[in-house]
Design a protein around this ligand. Structure first.
Ligand SMILES: [Zn+2]
Length: 225
């Protein structure tokens, strides 16, 4: 199997050279993204307060624009982070070909891009590693945060996480299940309490092989295959 340390290098080098090419190309292809502009958020929040008929200078609201700006800095920090930077931390392991890595119950908090209201829940991930390309469990959790901390749709977040595990780990199979509760649905519009949306993304062998797919989805639900 791939237990020898030397097998780590050939496995990593294509990704590493790609990363070098990308980082060299970045200044030409995309202008640097503006950092999160807190004064601009503050001005916009003040405008919203005026627009809904509030007095932004009354005592309870006077610090609200700056509080919202600080909250948005955190809630949208994933826009300026790269999942590849977290997933580049890989290590060698020796295992059988069908050893799947599962991480369940990763809590996340994201922001619905249609209403800028929170959606919250749990992500469950499984991947079948390429030889020598396992990452730490904390890096998987960080990857969820990179995609959660931005204006987002649950469906897109699910596919972005799955695609990142394929792209940056070369995983042979990936399954992602996300359960989310959308506060925009609770507090307005349909006003449905406790409705949970479940989204799934499958890649590689889990997309192709129905028996393996059933098995991995059972693992992600916390049951036995
Ligand atoms: Zn919404």
């Amino acid at each position: 199997m791939n237990g020898s340390p030397s097998s780590l290098l050939p496995a990593l080098s294509p990704a590493a050279s790609l990363a070098r090419r990308v980082s060299r190309a970045r200044p030409r292809l995309t202008p640097p993204r503006p950092r999160i502009d807190e004064p601009r958020i503050e001005a916009a929040v003040r405008e919203i307060l005026i627009a809904v008929g509030e007095d932004p200078d009354r005592e309870g609201l006077v610090d609200t624009p700056s509080r919202v700006a600080r909250a948005y800095r955190e809630l949208f920090s994933g826009l300026h982070e790269d999942a590849g930077a977290h997933l580049a931390r890989q290590f060698e392991h020796s295992s059988d070909d069908d050893d799947v890595v599962v991480l369940r119950e990763i809590e996340f908090s994201s922001t619905c891009e249609h209403h800028l209201q929170p959606f919250l829940g749990r992500a469950h991930l499984a991947y079948l590693p390429a030889p020598g390309r396992v990452t730490g469990l904390s890096k998987l959790a960080r990857t969820v945060d990179v995609f959660a901390r931005r204006p987002q749709l649950q469906e897109r977040m699910t596919t972005q996480i799955a695609d990142a595990l394929v792209e940056h780990l070369g995983a042979r199979g990936v399954a992602v299940v996300i359960e989310g509760e959308h506060l925009c649905m609770r507090s307005r519009g349909a006003r449905k309490q406790g409705a949970v949306m479940v989204t799934t993304a499958l890649r590689g062998i889990y997309k192709e092989d129905l028996a393996l797919r059933r098995e991995v989805l059972a693992l992600l639900r916390g049951g036995t295959p």
